[in-house]
Design a protein around this ligand. Structure first.
Ligand SMILES: [Zn+2]
Length: 438
């Protein structure tokens, strides 16, 4: 019997019964970075390999992207005992029937299979896993502007988050607008036919930003905002001065400090949220937790002013705000924050389980009760193998959390346990992102 199936057999009968119930359960995947699959055909032709791209796109970093199983094995071995490797190996066993231990032969065989599936029909491969094996009703992609459109056509479950972090960084007008320019410039060039030289003032920049937001709204493809600026700045966004002259002066200045860039970002993020609160009211996904750890910069509680200022916006706080470990308390007290455990089950299944236990057992001073504002699954991966492995890990985390609560009498029956599992894998994210979609 394969390694992971054997492991499951050793779990309790409660675990196994719930596992069987959840095999085909419909899920909502709150966050992915899926690369358009047809792009891999070129990559395979150029590099002659596929395994390193899949591994590197799913957090097993720096596996050399050239043939060479000894170097691959050395690198993969460093990840031994991590959640990232477990989720990948588990997915490979279920999808391709290759069992651990990881040896040179394991890696060679896997590379051959991956090259075949990604070379022959990459979109069909993605569609099969997302629809038939993961049972995803909606997956929210966080990729480049409109990059999801080809995927959505073939796999309707694939929707998009409007990625906005670079709006906060557009302080300087680029000499020429390129693919790598901040999103407002890129959008202005492609959709408003504007040249870089037409950005003369902060007003021009804000005007193009509004046009971009209107585009997101009217295109019908985008179902939320997404901001991952926590990697580059603190999540503290104080109220900008009413007098905007200092921000106007900063726009396209020759020199500016990091703090001045953040001040510009504060102003722009408030602009974006004000427009969204008035005109669109979609959820705001925020990367929190693992990012700028120093001084607690990436702790979601830094966003307090935004939670207060925008009571009608729902803030979906990513990655369980790990390792700050305060989400259940935040949901207890603050009405418009939601807990999203995407990525966390493969970062640390232990932290994810503990987080979920707290989110289920705490009550609230702010309706609805936290578990109705909790989403348990988002793979956060570039390749569907990673997303599939992350779903297995998320289900494992959900069942272990429920088992603990059941044993201690907080979850009384197995029927309650199953309902709670469906709540966090489907009902809560459905209610947040897609309440009208049938
Ligand atoms: Zn992500």
């Amino acid at each position: 019997m394969p390694y992971f199936s054997k492991l499951r057999e050793k779990c309790s009968s409660f675990y196994n019964r719930l596992w069987d119930e959840l095999v085909d359960v419909k899920v909502i995947d709150t966050h992915e970075h899926t690369t358009p699959p047809e792009e891999w055909i070129d990559t395979i032709e150029k590099t002659g390999v596929m395994l390193p791209h899949v591994f590197n796109g799913c957090y097993l970093y720096n596996v050399p992207t050239k043939p060479g199983t000894t170097a691959w094995l050395d690198r993969v071995n460093q990840y031994r005992n991590t959640g990232y490797l477990k989720s990948m190996l588990w997915a490979i066993e279920e999808l391709y029937g290759i069992e651990p231990p990881v040896t040179k032969e394991y890696l060679e065989k896997l590379d051959t299979i991956l090259k075949e599936v990604y070379h022959e029909d990459p979109m069909g491969h993605l569609k099969d896993i997302v629809e038939n094996k993961m049972h995803v009703e909606t997956a929210i992609l966080n990729i480049d502007l409109d990059q999801h459109l080809g995927m959505t056509k073939k796999v309707p479950a694939m929707r998009a988050a409007a990625g906005i972090p670079s709006i906060l960084n557009g302080i300087q007008v680029p000499r020429e607008i390129t693919k790598g320019s901040a999103i407002v410039y890129k959008f202005a060039a492609e959709h408003l036919h504007m040249k870089a030289s037409e950005f003369q003032s902060l007003d021009d920049y804000c005007h193009a930003t509004t046009k971009l937001l209107e585009y997101f709204k009217t295109s019908g493809n985008y179902i939320c905002l997404k901001n991952q600026c926590a990697y580059t700045r603190p999540l503290y966004f104080p109220e900008p001065d009413e007098d905007t002259s200092s921000i106007a002066k900063l726009y396209n200045a020759h020199n500016f400090s990091e703090q001045e860039l953040w001040k510009f970002g504060d102003y722009m993020f408030h602009q974006v949220l004000e427009w969204t609160a008035l005109n669109w009211k979609v959820p705001v996904q925020m990367h929190t937790g693992l990012a700028r750890m120093l001084y607690g910069d990436s702790n979601a509680i830094n966003m307090s002013h935004l939670f207060e200022k925008f009571p009608d916006l729902k803030f979906d706080l990513f990655h369980g705000n790990f390792p700050y470990n305060n989400l259940a308390g935040m949901l207890h007290q603050i009405t418009n924050v939601h807990a999203d455990l995407c990525w966390l089950p493969i970062i640390s299944p232990t932290a994810a389980t503990r987080n979920l236990i707290e989110l289920i057992e705490v009550g609230t001073m702010a309706d609805p009760v936290p578990v109705f504002r909790t989403s348990a699954f988002g793979g956060d991966c570039r390749c569907v193998e990673g997303s599939y492995g992350a779903l297995l890990m998320a289900k494992d985390v959900v069942i272990r959390a429920l088992e603990d609560l059941h044993e201690r009498g907080l979850v009384l029956t197995e029927t309650d346990a199953l309902a709670l599992a469906k709540q966090v894998l489907y009902e809560s994210p459905k209610q947040l992102f897609d309440p009208k979609r049938k």
